[in-house]
Design a protein around this ligand. Structure first.
Ligand code: LHQ
Length: 263
């Protein structure tokens, strides 16, 4: 991984903790932070010891989206924002969604623009009660990106998706949980501990089965019921031959906690 202080990376107990670290800019993305985060998720994919990822932000914000100072239209040369999206945001969202391991996101403060939608690309999102989700794009004349126009209507329905995206009104964490945008809002002081405990618990789980569960649920967005039933059959066939199923059943019959290896 290229050394960069823009992403703090720490590994223990099967969990790779990745922390967005430009707190003075509310962890807005510059190219360096993108590349460092990409390297972190690449490690999560290739290192079998990593069995869950925990993504959070340093300081009082989670992420304010693109660093607008880095993409200032008045700065001279013609901007191609599509190129930025193709080079940085789309690969990141694909990396998170394609990773066959659980990704927990702890939204510690404001999540705006692409920062909000990157949080929504993660598998389980917890947020501090004081955090807000802001589809800030319309306020600067842009359309939502990083999968926002895909995730919002699926999670919230068109009415709420359109209103949030067109007004840019902040959605408080508790309301986000109530509406089904995220898993849970927790007291600010409890967020780090709860997210950590969840990530450690998932990392001790049947990683292969959890990874395939993630892929199956995502595939349901475009599959027919018939196709999904066939997919479940195939995935169950695969995990049924794995060591974690044998261990899970043995532990159940022996009335003890399972010791999953992730395979
Ligand atoms: C920032 C930023 C920021 C730089 C706060 N950039 N400095 C994709 C492809 C290519 C180009 C364009 O975009 C995209 C996708 C996107 O993400 S577009 C959306 C970009 N994000 C935004 O429009 C959000 C802009 N930020 C805000 O509206 C506010 O900062 C929020 C509501 C997030 C937080 O407000 P406050 O809590 O009042 O904090 P603040 O505004 O005072 O910000 C603190 C500092 O962070 C401040 O710097 P300063 O030197 O004055 O203390 C801000 O300038 C800086 N900052 N967001 N995106």
């Amino acid at each position: 991984m290229p050394a960069s202080e823009t992403i703090l990376s720490a590994f223990a107990d099967g969990v790779l903790r990745l922390t967005l670290n430009r707190p003075e800019k509310l962890n807005a993305f510059n190219d360096e932070m993108h590349l460092a985060l990409r390297a972190g998720f690449a490690r999560a994919g290739s290192d079998a010891g990593v069995r869950a990822v925990l993504l959070t932000g340093a300081g009082r914000g989670f992420c304010a989206g693109q660093d607008l100072g880095d993409r200032d239209p008045s700065a001279g040369e013609a901007l191609d924002l599509g190129r930025t999206i193709e080079a940085f945001y789309n690969p990141l969202v694909r990396q998170i969604r394609n990773l066959e391991k659980p990704v927990v996101c702890a939204v510690n403060g404001v999540a705006a623009g692409a920062g909000a939608n990157i949080a929504l690309a993660c598998d389980i999102v917890l947020a501090a009660r004081s955090a807000r989700f802001i589809q800030a794009f319309a306020k600067i004349g842009l359309v939502p990106d990083s999968g926002g126009t895909w995730a919002l209507p699926r999670l919230l329905g068109e009415a709420r998706a359109k209103a949030l995206a067109m007004t840019g009104e902040p959605l408080p964490a508790e309301k986000a949980a109530e509406w089904g945008l995220i898993w849970r809002a927790v007291e600010d002081e409890a967020l780090a501990g709860e997210a950590e405990a969840l990530a450690v618990r998932l990392a001790a789980g049947p990683t292969r089965a959890l990874g395939l569960t993630k892929q199956a649920i995502q595939a349901a967005a475009t599959n027919s019921l018939d196709a999904q039933l066939d997919l479940e059959r195939d995935l169950q066939r695969e995990v049924g031959r794995g060591g974690d199923y044998a261990e899970g059943v043995a532990a159940f019959l022996e009335k003890r906690a399972p010791k999953f290896t992730g395979r």
